[in-house]
Design a protein around this ligand. Structure first.
Ligand code: PFF
Length: 467
């Protein structure tokens, strides 16, 4: 059995904060699995297909891919690098690494807010997945009829008690796992998951692309029509890239703080990105051919996954069994991601205020039950209540993915490129000269200093209609 190990010498700030032991991921594979566990989640299986459908298909996917490579990846490397250097939560990492009196820690604080907002709607979507596990076990969801499938989803999201019940169940579930601790809890849950999920997605893809009329769905995913790409669409794609890789809010700082000194960060981040993209593209291939084959509404957005997937399984031998497995695996993937979101405020509260992890977790989840409730009710009781023309659910999503994460990511890059500087970056990413990766470091540094922040700024200004 693996145990958490202390993998670094004591630092001056240990003296200030007391000789508190920091857990670390036990193995290099554990790091990769846990980081992928954070990235892969409802973003791949629910958000990516939903947004691709709403934003016109292939062209959106291409813009999203470009944003992932030019923006998401550099921010991920930056965060992991800073976290490992300081070995602290996001706020204290930036506080420690920045020159005195410069308020870079605000990025971490804004990240805490983003974490809250994301969790407030994510826990609801995870709640729908848990509900579908239950419904699929009782055999009530398999149908290829668009009206029936929409009604099942509508009944769930429209009922206040059901919506709240499932969200709070999810929050309680996350609480129990978090209290088990970093290495034990997160590693164990995520390690064995991905291969199984991938396998099942491949099976679903095969069924989906061989349905009569699947061709239109495949072209939708592969033949770009750039006339639909507006500033708002590019911003949405960039927001998705941040959300997908769990970057821009300090999650990867917190994870980096648990990395070992020998971990090759650029390589790890690239692998995480590739694994994450594969799952999203597979989810797209599983869903869109079926959407066209069965005549579902391609821009159904948040409901797309829940109305389409039951139809694919309904038309497959053993579908009533596989549909249960599918939603169980999705629930586990969502759990891995949620653990990493909640880890941001929990690590901060417990280290900053010397709170026990138990108290910090209870406080965070308790607040989430309150802040999340309006998101849970957004498709029912509160569907008419809008702020800036958006329901609570959409507002939490928009404000986090399209505003806070890009801003956080941009400032993170500016910090690394202009304040921290090349020498420190080189030392950190080459593991003090032990790795022979100076070309990769130069490319990374050029991106992070100039290209990424400028791109984020332009997309933000354009997408928010400021220019
Ligand atoms: N990346 C996760 C997903 O795509 O489901 C969501 C997420 C996790 C976003 C952690 C942000 C985060 F910090």
């Amino acid at each position: 059995m693996e145990t958490a190990k202390e993998s670094r010498p004591a630092t001056a700030s240990d003296a200030a904060h007391g000789p508190r032991k920091r857990e670390a991921f036990a193995t290099g594979l554990g790091v990769l699995a846990a980081t992928i566990g954070s990235a892969v989640g409802l973003g791949n299986i629910w958000k990516f297909p939903g947004m691709t459908g709403q934003n016109g298909g292939a062209a959106f996917v291409i813009v999203y891919l470009v944003c992932t490579v030019l923006v998401g990846l550099p921010v991920m490397i930056s965060e992991q690098m800073l976290g490992r250097r300081a070995r602290k939560d996001a706020v204290n990492t930036l506080r420690e690494l920045a020159p005195r009196r410069q308020p870079w820690w605000l990025i971490g604080a804004a990240g805490g807010l983003a974490a809250f907002l994301i969790m407030a709607f994510y826990s609801e979507v995870a709640g729908w997945v848990f509900a579908y596990v239950y419904k699929s076990v009782s055999g009530s969801i398999l149908s290829t009829d668009p009206a029936t499938n929409s009604a099942v989803f509508g009944d769930l999201t429209g009922s206040a008690w059901e919506a709240l019940f499932w969200q709070w169940l999810v929050l309680a579930w996350v609480g129990v796992i978090i209290m088990m601790g970093v290495a034990k809890g997160i590693e164990r849950v995520t390690k064995r998951l991905l291969p199984l999920l991938l396998l099942l997605l491949i099976i679903v893809c095969v069924r989906s692309v061989t349905l009569d009329g699947a061709g239109d769905g495949i072209s939708f995913l592969l033949k770009p029509d750039f006339s639909k790409v507006t500033g708002a669409v590019v911003l949405a794609a960039m927001g998705l890239a941040f959300f997908k890789l769990s970057v821009g809010m300090g999650t990867m700082i917190t994870y980096g703080s648990y990395f070992k000194d020998e971990q090759n960060i650029p390589m790890t981040a690239t692998r995480v990105m590739l694994a994450d993209l594969s799952v999203s593209l597979l989810a797209g291939l599983a869903i869109f051919p079926a959407v066209f084959a069965f005549g579902f509404d391609v821009d159904a957005g948040p409901s797309l996954l829940f109305i389409t997937i039951p139809a694919v399984f309904a038309s497959m031998p053993g579908g009533d069994f596989f549909v249960v497995v599918f939603f169980v695996l999705t629930a586990i993937a969502a759990t891995g991601a949620m653990l990493s979101i909640v880890e941001v405020p929990v690590a901060f509260l417990s280290e900053q205020f010397r709170m026990s992890r138990k108290v910090a977790t209870l406080l965070t989840l308790g607040l989430l039950a309150i802040v999340g409730a309006p998101a849970a009710l957004s498709m029912g009781e509160l569907s008419d209540v809008t702020i800036f023309g958006k329901t609570f659910f959409d507002l939490y999503d928009y404000a986090s993915s399209n505003v806070l994460l890009p801003l956080g990511g941009m400032f993170m890059c500016l910090f690394v490129g202009w304040v921290w500087g090349f020498d420190k970056v080189k030392r950190a990413l080459s593991n003090d000269g032990k790795l022979n990766n100076s070309r990769a470091i130069t490319v990374f540094f050029t991106l992070v200093k100039y290209v990424t922040p400028l791109l984020v700024l332009l997309v933000l200004l354009d997408g928010l209609n400021i220019i």
